[in-house]
Design a binder for this molecule. Structure first.
Ligand SMILES: NC(=O)c1ccc[n+]([C@@H]2O[C@H](COP(=O)([O-])OP(=O)(O)OC[C@H]3O[C@@H](n4cnc5c(N)ncnc54)[C@H](OP(=O)(O)O)[C@@H]3O)[C@@H](O)[C@H]2O)c1
Length: 234
């Protein structure tokens, strides 16, 4: 199924997986709307891909409501946007844990609830394989599990709108700019050696799968793993 003429909203499209997805969706001929919480960055990405820009902050209910109304009827909605604070159960403050849940779970929850979806449309959520392979960050495991549960439940409750969750393992995106340069490079290299695929995903790798899930008429209610084999070892 081509996206030509279909209206697609991507929330969290200014970098990483969302930006790579925006590029593919625009190239497929969709009527693309890109959104993030940062007006300057989202306007720049919109200009680059011939899209419409919207400011939507996934941690702000009024912003979500206004943004989804401005977006209008949607054929597809993808929400890779989130702002996660990493930390172990003991070290992560409750404030940071709850803020992470707000941006990655409650934000998408509200956005989907406010969306006016076409009957044959689709929603794509994003979790992360810490859901099933804990990595010493209990809140992250809980948040990703919650997102996957929401995706399965919505596939039933919103049918025939299709709802799926993409579950990436490690992806080399700007998200990791929070680590000092040498530490980021070292982490990626160690993962590359360890993973069965002997490769760490680029944003484009994840975006290609997302496009396929978005357009395939027979996929709904699933969590799709894309992790270089991390769940089977490595
Ligand atoms: N990268 C990985 O290794 C990895 C692994 C597993 C799962 N994931 C998940 O996959 C998804 C995409 O990851 P990524 O690496 O592409 O992330 P990223 O590079 O950090 O990009 C996040 C995007 O979300 C937007 N954003 C952040 N907070 C927002 C908010 N409150 N409202 C609206 N937009 C917001 C950012 O834009 P602005 O700053 O312009 O608002 C940015 O465009 C995330 O859910 C992430 O947790 C990533």
């Amino acid at each position: 199924m081509s996206l030509a003429g279909k209206r697609v909203l991507i929330i969290g499209a200014t970098q990483g997986i969302g930006r790579a997805l925006a590029e593919l969706v625009a190239a497929d001929g969709a009527e693309l709307i890109v959104a993030s919480r940062n007006a300057g960055r989202v306007t720049q990405v919109a200009q680059e891909f011939g899209a419409r820009a919207l400011v939507i902050d996934l941690t702000d209910t009024a912003s979500i409501t206004a943004g989804m109304k401005a977006a209008g009827k949607l054929d597809h909605l993808a929400i890779p946007g989130s702002d996660i604070v990493f930390g172990s159960f003991r070290d992560l403050s409750l404030t940071d844990a709850m803020a992470s849940m707000a941006s990655k779970f409650w934000g998408p929850y509200q956005a989907v609830r406010a969306a006016d979806m076409a009957a044959r449309g689709s929603v794509v959520l994003f979790s992360g394989n810490a859901s099933r392979k804990p990595i010493g960050a209990a809140a992250l495991t809980a948040i990703n599990s919650a997102v996957e549960g929401l995706g399965r439940a919505l596939a039933l409750e919103l049918a025939p709108v299709r709802v799926n969750t993409i579950c990436p393992g490690l992806v080399d995106t700007e998200m990791w700019e929070r680590l000092p340069g040498s530490q980021r490079a070292e982490m990626m290299e160690q993962a590359r050696k360890r993973l069965p695929a002997r490769h760490v995903a680029t944003a484009r790798d994840i975006a290609e799968l997302t496009l396929s899930v978005m357009t395939n008429r027979y996929i709904t209610g699933t969590t799709v793993d894309i992790d270089g084999g991390a769940l089977v070892g490595g």
